[in-house]
Design a protein around this ligand. Structure first.
Ligand code: GCB
Length: 598
């Protein structure tokens, strides 16, 4: 590229490049924020005519300009202010009947006033937008974000005005072959501004991020880092943990980074005692508060050790489907209900499938003492050969780790679900595993793999990915997609690896209130029988150290049309979408109680 062309190219990129300069601001709970939740004006734009002209070329004066007719003869074919609104946070699909199956673009607009203050920076933060978001403030592009389940922020310090700001977001949830996830999934493609949107105010130089956790393998040594963003990057930073009588100071270097390293006498976090400490990170120009738990998580042979002691993960899978009302879950109340049901089941562990859930889930799991398996939507048939797909998956993984790395509850990062074996897939997933380890060496790495039969009664786990994981995850559907429930009785499991196994899925569908005998599909009795036979089989697997059956609650899926049974819901929930417990719920609860007594 010739230098002057490069310059023009860079200039064109300037707004978003500038906006991207500051990475993700983590711990938005511990800072001053202003909520932009509530009603946003929305324009449904299936042909993206607010962005492209009739030759499919981007238009300079798209809907993001929020134009108004200046004279009575002016032609403007859209108007945010007279368009109906949508609630944020919230998926659009469950807010209007005609949007239930909608996949395409919707433009959102929110107006706000803001009293600018000296020596203060302002950012707009999105908890998530599914799937692709183009963000504009006062007609200027701030940037684009791809990936439906991770947070992002843009700086607006120099663009914001005292009055009449308009923030416009074009959200597009069209599925794409190369995307993450790809075209085929078994969950609803809920589109929109599905999580909170807020303004974050910071001083000119501020604490952007930090990692304060026990060093791998240690129960008293805290190791991590603090990172400042801004102009005065070299500062003295103090970590206060009053209850543990910790007051440690460090100096950030010219890039704003300080390594932290100290011993502490701590009460460790566990499901029985989910102890969280008040932690303050104080720089000269800023301070942030958090609540952090400390625990160690490791493996030894086929054991998983929490704080040095072997533990069995009594788990359940959860989709981010809102309890009782349906649609995407987004609130603290949703999190409390879902995790409360998991506790009632006797769980000490949840697998948050199949993408990063909202931050309330992780924060509440931290408070309630529930260990978390967190994953990214590298699901089924991702295009493993595509470098942009890998880049996208890496970004989603970095962002969820950035957001949740200080939460004791998170014990496992998982990089994939049921991906078909190939060389390209192995190198893609290995790349993700080492990427995650380079950010966070303290947690266990896993993936939900498939298994295969070596003969009629022996199932083996020998996926080459297993070599790179700490914990083997395995999905199986004996009794549902794979034979009848009784088949489980004669099965023997073996593995190539001396590592713990979490049976990351098993189960079957039942419509709540639908009864029959134990061989009648879709009945509560059939599902109950799957669980009975499965538990018998699971008890005999010597290297099994956890289970997360599929799934806590029924969830919407376009792949499940059977009338009067599914009606576009996957019915494998132990609890119906209306909150009713099915018979299998009590079978699993019985086993988990038994395990708890051991
Ligand atoms: C699976 C997938 C999960 C599906 C489930 C099912 O193996 O991992 O996403 O929803 O099976 O119900 O078929």
């Amino acid at each position: 590229m010739k230098p002057f062309i490069l310059l023009i190219f860079l200039a064109a990129l300037a707004p978003s490049a500038r906006a991207q300069q500051v990475g993700l601001i983590t711990n938005t709970e511990g800072r001053k924020t202003i909520s932009l939740d509530g009603a946003w004006q929305a324009i449904v734009d299936p042909y993206e005519s607010g962005y492209y002209d009739y030759r499919y070329q981007p238009i300079p004066n798209g809907y993001f300009k929020n134009a108004k007719p200046k004279s009575k003869s002016d032609l403007i074919e859209y108007d945010f202010d007279t368009s109906a609104s949508l609630q944020v946070p919230g998926d659009w699909n469950t807010q209007r009947d005609e949007l239930l199956f909608y996949e395409g673009t919707i433009w959102y607009k929110k107006s706000f006033d803001y009293q600018r203050k000296p020596n203060t920076r302002l950012f707009v933060y999105f908890g998530a937008a599914n799937y692709r978001a183009d963000v504009f403030l006062n007609g200027e592009k701030l940037g684009q974000h791809e990936g439906g389940f991770t947070p992002f922020n843009f700086e607006i310090t120099n663009l914001v005005r005292d009055t009449g700001n308009f923030l416009i977001v074009k959200v597009d949830n069209k599925r794409q072959r190369e995307a993450v996830p790809t075209l085929m999934t078994d969950w609803w493609n809920y589109g929109g501004l599905t999580r909170e949107v807020k303004l974050i105010e910071t001083p000119t130089t501020f604490v952007q991020d930090y990692f304060i956790q026990l060093q791998k393998g240690s129960r008293e040594h805290i190791r991590g880092w603090v990172k400042l963003a801004g102009e005065k990057l070299a500062q003295r930073v103090t970590i206060h943990i009053p209850e543990a009588r910790i007051d440690k100071s460090f100096t950030t270097d010219a890039t704003g980074l300080a390594a932290i390293d100290f011993n502490a006498d701590l009460t460790l976090w566990s499901p029985e005692n989910p102890k969280l400490y008040d932690v303050a990170i104080e720089a000269e120009t800023d301070q942030v508060r958090d609540q952090i738990g400390f625990r160690s998580i490791e493996t030894r042979g086929t054991d998983i050790l929490l704080n040095g002691r072997p533990i069995f993960l009594r788990g359940i899978c959860i989709h981010e489907e809102a309890p009782l009302r349906g649609g995407r879950a987004y609130s603290r109340e949703d999190a409390r209900t879902l995790l409360g049901w998991a506790k009632e089941l006797g769980a000490n562990f949840v697998r948050l499938a199949h993408y990063p859930h909202n931050e309330f889930m992780i924060r509440e799991a931290d408070r309630m003492g529930i260990m978390v398996w967190s994953e990214i939507p590298v699901y089924w048939t991702i295009v493993f050969e595509n470098t942009a797909t890998l880049e996208n998956a890496r970004n989603q993984l970095s962002d969820v780790i950035a957001r949740d790395k200080n939460r004791a509850a998170v014990v496992i990062w998982s990089v994939a679900n049921e991906t078909p074996l190939s060389d390209a897939r192995l190198s893609f997933l290995r790349n993700l595993v080492s990427h995650a380890r380079s950010f966070d060496s303290t947690r266990l790495m896993s993936a939900a793999m498939e298994r295969h039969y070596v003969n009629e009664t022996t199932v083996t786990i020998d996926d080459p990915l297993g070599e790179y994981l700490d914990v083997l995850g395995c999905n199986e559907y004996v009794g549902w997609y794979d034979g009848l429930p009784e088949k489980a009785d004669g099965l023997r499991w073996e593995t190539k690896y001396q590592k713990p196994l979490v049976m990351s899925e098993f189960g079957g569908d039942a419509l709540y209130g639908h009864h029959g005998d134990a061989l009648m599909r879709w009945t509560e009795e059939y599902q109950e029988s799957i669980y009975q036979h499965q538990i018998g089989m699971l008890k005999k697997i010597p290297f099994l150290r956890g289970t997360s059956p599929w799934i806590l609650m029924d969830f919407r899926s376009p792949r499940r049309p059977l009338p009067n049974i599914q009606d576009y819901w996957n019915r494998k929930g132990l609890i119906s979408n209306r909150g009713e417990r099915k018979k299998a719920f009590y079978v699993l609860q019985g086993w988990y109680r038994e395990l708890q007594q051991k």
